[in-house]
Design a protein around this ligand. Structure first.
Ligand code: GAL
Length: 679
């Protein structure tokens, strides 16, 4: 027995020694750096500066390290037995910009362990030696400091860990549990969707009343114009749009558990999309793999999963439904190659779309609408047949086919606008006075004018990535919504930046005229850089909630673009919270204003039609932050009933301010109603 005890004591005494002896140095550059996030397209480099030169800080050369650029983040998971992180850091001498300035920070388990302070071009390297014992989640970050955010090239030189346990592991982001916040819809009926709906007098009319509750349910509509008919079993209103004016209809839905009533104003006039259009677009899930069957399935899923019951209405096909030329460089599948048009000049769908009219009939039969895509240029972005010089003929055919939405994507038109095609009407894009705005407007005005005269309501979506400040003139040329920037797909980690940029154009957001920051890309989406097959999106659960919250606060068109055949409970919960969607669909059509608080945190405040305010407490930073919404910033006074919209739960009455801890990349979405006058 005694012998055993002595043996144990000796062993115990030896453990720390053994551990200390086992401590090894692990170079950061030996780890998988594919998880390093940074701004921009070029790749950070190992053992070289960002622009491919030897690593050099303040004249001192380094053999090993990472050349990156702000904003750059690298997350690591550790077992708590990493001892230290050591490196030399600074702006790389090859940054080539005198004003380059960055800050390096290191966070351990959400707390800041070290910060370099502002480091500028030419400054000698600063030495890092941080104790890590016990730390499980580590973040190495380089942020911009100062005004310039273009040439902030920064080096982690000779970065290494002293480790006595397992090697640190780089990860995409700290792991988070996917918590479902949206309560299940109650079995009692609830009417969702917009309170106003625009149509053009005399055109075909289709509106599916969005309502949750246990089916079967019975729908009724009081004061429905005589030209319209409601199917009481499924809530689908069809017929011919009534005469000019506002038709106030009282919608009613009941089941064995209760009854719900709501007013819908049908405004028959010149303006469509009185609230931001909502639906699904195939692009980020299926790219050039889209088929007729996928579009029909999408409509089925939207109904079956309840997406249609909270307002998703459009089933939109994007690029690649037409033919590509035989000599197409990108060699699409042979079923997508063929003649562009028939002898009469009518555009021909490719073999994956045998009958467009039958497809839209199928979608319409479910009360949903159908959207189509083309380009004003001779080719679409994917290299398929565009509408150039067939604009009116194509638009008429789209209407005959039964489409209700057109996305018009600039693409090869740039070539035409610059006079690249000698046969084309030459509109120089640049003149001596600078950019020729008319060149940007021309193709959209042409198509806008055609669509307005069609005997069919077609929402007109301008896709030209914000050229010529499209938000200033999109409505003038007949557009209802316009992309404000390039494709978001490749830069999903920038949702906060995109939302903030989009909010700068809030002045132009109003009923019938929407700034579009691109689609909601959550669930299964394909990598936009290579038209990839759908995979789980790289965003954390919190980021996915933020995506939806920011888009709703922005009054953005809400188009889900993930794979509908692989919808899971979590994704549905993010997409289908009627109280969150109500913020987006509010009749005032305001885009939230931004109240900056700290470099990482800000509020988004959106005035709603009933006098209440939607408020987003936003944290774009890398660790949790406390965010205060002061009434003076929100623009309210007195006691407010604060409601958490994701949880659909009143949090209580508050006076003066509301404070919350907002997680990394999170948004706490609230609605504030005055406790005194509840309108
Ligand atoms: C891009 C557009 C995308 C998608 C794609 C199709 O220009 O921004 O949303 O439509 O073209 O090729």
């Amino acid at each position: 027995m005694k012998k055993h005890i002595i043996h144990l004591i000796i062993c115990a005494a030896l453990i720390p020694l053994a551990a200390a002896r086992a401590a090894e140095t692990v170079l950061l550059t030996q780890l998988d750096l594919s998880h390093l996030h940074f701004e921009g397209w070029a790749k950070p480099k190992t053992d070289q500066s960002f622009n491919g030169k030897p690593l050099s800080i303040g004249g001192q050369k380094f053999e090993h390290g990472i050349g990156t650029r702000a904003l750059s983040t690298l997350w690591l998971e550790m077992d708590g037995r990493s001892e230290r992180f050591q490196a030399s850091v600074g702006v790389d001498d090859a940054a080539g910009y005198a004003a380059a300035a960055v800050v390096f920070s290191i966070f351990g388990d959400g707390k800041k362990l070290w910060e370099s302070g502002v480091m500028t071009n030419g400054q000698p390297a600063r030495t890092v030696d941080v104790r890590l014992k016990g730390v499980r989640s580590l973040l190495l970050m380089v942020d911009h400091a100062g005004e310039n955010n273009k040439f902030n090239h920064a080096d982690w030189a000779e970065p290494r860990f002293v480790v006595s346990g397992a090697k640190p592991r780089t990860v995409n982001a700290p792991r988070e549990e996917a918590v479902i916040l949206t309560p299940k819809p109650p079995r009692e009926p609830r009417l969702n969707g917009p309170k106003v709906y625009g149509c053009r007098p005399g055109n075909p009319f289709l509106y599916r009343i969005p309502a949750t509750g246990e089916r079967p349910m019975q729908f009724a509509a009081e004061a429905l114009p005589a030209s319209l008919h409601l199917d009481p079993t499924n809530g689908i209103i069809t017929g011919t749009a009534p005469g000019r004016g506002t038709h106030t209809v009282t919608l009613r839905v009941k089941n064995q558990y209760g009854i719900a009533t709501r007013t819908l104003k049908i405004i028959s006039g010149d303006t469509l999309a009185l609230t931001p259009p909502m639906g699904w677009n195939h692009w980020y899930a299926h790219y050039n793999r889209v088929t007729d069957a996928m579009m029909r399935d999408a409509a089925d899923v939207m109904v079956k999963t309840g997406m249609a019951d909270v307002g998703y209405a459009y089933v939109n096909i994007d690029d690649c439904w037409m033919n590509a030329p035989e000599d197409a460089k990108r060699s699409p599948d042979p079923l997508r190659v063929g003649p562009f048009r028939d002898a009469a000049g009518n555009i021909l769908p490719n073999k994956h779309f045998p009958d467009m009219r039958a497809m839209t009939d199928y979608i319409h039969a479910q009360g949903l609408k159908a959207g189509i895509y083309t380009s004003p240029g001779p080719l679409t972005c994917g290299g398929f047949c565009g509408a150039y010089q067939h604009e009116e003929q194509d638009a008429r055919l789209f209407a005959e086919w039964g489409f209700d939405f057109l996305k018009y994507d600039w693409c090869s038109y740039g070539h035409i606008a610059q006079g690249g095609d000698p046969k084309a009407k030459v509109i120089p894009l640049w003149n001596k006075a600078g950019p020729n705005l008319e060149a940007y407007k021309y193709p959209y005005r042409l198509m806008g004018g055609i669509l307005e005269k069609l005997p069919r309501d077609m929402v007109f979506n301008l896709c030209q990535y914000g050229l010529g400040d499209v938000w200033k003139w999109g409505a003038e040329v007949g557009g209802h919504c316009w992309r404000t920037a390039g494709d978001l797909g490749a830069e999903l980690n920038r949702i906060f930046a995109v939302a903030l940029k989009n909010a700068e154009y809030r002045e132009w957001s109003k009923p019938g005229s929407w700034n579009d920051p691109d689609y909601i890309q959550i669930g299964y989406i394909g990598d936009a850089r290579n038209n990839g097959e759908p995979k789980p999106c790289p965003l954390t659960p919190t980021e996915q909630y933020s995506f939806m919250s920011l888009w709703c606060l922005s009054a953005a068109p809400l188009f889900f673009s993930g794979d509908l055949s692989r919808l899971d409970e979590f994704t549905l919960n993010v997409l289908c919270n009627p109280e969150v969607i109500e913020v987006d669909q509010d009749s005032l059509g305001e885009c939230a204003r931004v109240v900056p608080l700290t470099p990482e945190t800000f509020l988004m405040v959106k005035k709603l039609e009933d006098g209440s305010q939607a408020v987003g407490l936003c944290n774009r930073g890398e660790v949790a932050a406390s965010v205060v919404a002061k009434w003076s910033d929100v623009g309210v006074a007195g006691k407010q009933i604060v409601r958490d919209l994701w949880r659909q739960k009143d949090l209580g009455k508050y006076d003066g301010q509301f404070k919350a801890t907002v997680p990394r990349h999170g948004v706490v979405l609230l609605r504030l109603r005055s406790a005194i006058s509840t309108k």
